[in-house]
Design a protein around this ligand. Structure first.
Ligand code: FSO
Ligand code: SF4
Length: 529
């Protein structure tokens, strides 16, 4: 096996024996085969002259890419099943366009991993960005939203990665991936807010009430919504975990009184947080870690998430999922006999969420005035993934040290490093504004653009600094989006991706001022200077 797509990759260079994430060599090799099949699929669609692949083609393409995201699928059988579906599609397209299916064998990923360093680096940037974007496209589609230009791009970009080794073309393709991901995140924003309303700010006490409950993790609001419909009136409460926390702010989800609050923190703490939990856990997406024996009988998966031996809940032909096994498990386990209070990473007893795009934009005139009056001097976007490796305390320290006359926007699971801190208020606003999940980077971009418009300048001229923590491929997609918008001087941490070759890194530094985090005080001084 060879895999170097995430931040925790072995020795900072690549997992070759078994994934640090727990992925076996068998599954990793199958995911390579799946990716090779997807490239062959893109090639046959290209050669057949199909300009607009329909939903029968786009859905398996999106599922195939999403399956390969870190901490999604650990189950070789699940990967084999999707490979078989892709092979069927390849044959179907070839035969219906008088092409020979034999010309569309799985592309060899070994040839990509063994390619000259810069080619491998640029192609990886594109491929991993596509995997991240596929997750967002998948969630939007679950709510009935799709965008043909996004769907087309998966095919076009995968085809291009097999057709060219030209570094300039590949760098342009990486930026186009970022641009398309902005459209994809806009689509998901539209899907979420049109279906569940605009998030509204809310304080969440870190307490689990007595009685049976279910913990829901991952990013998929549609799955949570179906579970809420099915738990109505059952006496079973529902708590979010990790990236599902922002769901607590959507009015249409909140109308279910059993959606009580949040349990636990970010994904990498799940093995500790779930070991004694008297409740089942439903994983709607990444980040799943190999479950310990102490709680594996309580973990359920759905969608592309799969792990051998865990109960997987599939949708029926109408898209309906039957969560009764999860609800029964909750009743059987019974929950805590008394209220169970816990704290965030820093000992805090509550967190605030729901500062989505609309809420922050409504405040824009007041924010602009506060900047003009000198009450707010700087904005920081401190967002991205959390992770297990050391070095991530940087983000806690960074936020703690941001000056009182600054605002910190945050999103994605990295916020658990500091979302229980009380940073106080500035100009009547909380200083820490949680904008939502990683895909809500779209909202943060809209806020930045609105501020730039209000001040008649570009985003890079604003007193705004980006401090991004990355772990997996959705963060790669978001980073490419920010770069495609020309946003400069992003600080990325805790380390740079193993898949950026020295030349590619130099190009990103020269063109965008991309840099890695160093010491908090130095970085802050540079940003405020
Ligand atoms: Fe985190 Fe995992 Fe949302 Fe990622 S839960 S690390 S960028 O999947 O997707 O932020
Ligand atoms: Fe290694 Fe990350 Fe790949 Fe898992 S996803 S095999 S940890 S590089």
């Amino acid at each position: 096996m060879f895999c170097f797509q995430c931040e925790q990759t072995a020795k900072g260079t690549g997992c070759t024996v078994r994934g640090v994430c727990g992925k076996t060599a068998e599954t990793a090799d199958l995911e390579d085969q799946l990716t090779g099949a997807l490239i062959a699929f893109a090639r046959v669609v290209h050669d057949a002259g199909v300009e607009r692949p329909c939903a029968h083609a786009s859905l398996p393409m999106i599922e195939g890419l999403f399956t390969c995201v870190t901490n999604v699928c650990f189950d070789p059988e699940a990967v084999r099943e999707i490979i078989a579906r892709i092979h069927e599609r390849v044959e179907h397209v070839a035969e219906s366009h008088w092409l020979d299916p034999a010309d569309y064998q799985d592309f060899s990923m070994a040839s990509l991993w063994g390619a000259p360093e810069d080619v491998r680096s640029l192609k990886s940037l594109v491929l991993f960005g596509l995997r991240g974007m596929a997750a967002y496209a998948y969630h939007a589609r679950a709510l009935g939203y799709d965008d043909q230009s996004v769907d087309d791009f998966f095919f076009k970009a995968l085809y291009e990665t097999s057709a060219t080794d030209d570094p300039d073309k590949l760098l342009a393709l990486a930026l186009e991936t970022g641009q398309t991901n902005l459209a994809c995140m806009a689509l998901l924003d539209q899907a979420n807010t049109q279906t569940y309303g605009d998030p509204e700010p809310r304080q969440v006490e870190l307490v689990v009430e007595p009685g049976p409950f279910i913990v829901v993790s991952g990013h998929d609001l549609h799955d949570l919504s179906m579970l809420l419909d099915q738990t109505d009136g059952t006496g079973v409460n529902v708590y979010t975990h990790g990236e599902m926390l922002p769901a607590l702010a959507y009015p249409e989800l909140r109308r279910h009184p059993q959606l009580k609050g949040n349990f636990g923190t970010a994904w990498q703490n799940q093995q500790k947080e779930f070991q004694d939990i008297p409740a089942p856990v439903l994983f709607t997406t990444n980040c799943l870690m190999p479950p310990r024996a102490s709680y594996e009988d309580r973990v359920f998966t759905t969608e592309c998430v799969a792990y051998p031996g865990l109960v997987h809940i599939d949708a029926d032909e109408n898209g309906h999922k039957d969560f009764s096994a999860v609800i029964e498990k909750a009743k059987e386990l019974g929950g805590y006999p008394e209220a169970h209070a816990f704290t965030g990473i820093n000992g805090g007893t509550q967190v605030t969420c729901g500062f989505g795009r609309e809420t922050v934009l409504e405040q824009a005139p007041a924010i602009v005035q506060a900047v003009k009056d000198g009450q707010i001097k700087h904005f920081f976007l401190v967002g991205g993934c959390d992770g297990a490796k050391p070095g991530r305390n940087y983000f806690t320290e960074f936020v703690e040290k941001t000056p009182q006359d600054s605002v910190v926007l945050t999103l994605a699971c990295g916020k658990y490093r500091f979302n229980d801190l009380d940073l106080g208020t500035v100009a009547g606003l909380p200083r820490l504004l949680d904008m939502g999940q990683c895909n809500d980077a779209y909202g943060a971009v809209q806020v930045a653009v609105a501020l730039a418009d209000a001040f008649g300048c570009g985003v890079n001229d604003l007193p705004l600094s980006f401090v991004i923590s990355w772990y997996e491929q959705k963060a790669v997609a978001v980073l490419l989006t920010l770069l495609s918008l020309g946003i400069r001087d992003i600080h990325l941490g805790p380390s740079l991706p193993a898949f950026t070759s020295p030349d590619v890194l130099k190009a990103l530094q020269d063109n965008f001022g991309l840099t890695t985090i160093s010491a908090v005080d130095e970085d802050l001084a540079a940003m405020l200077g």
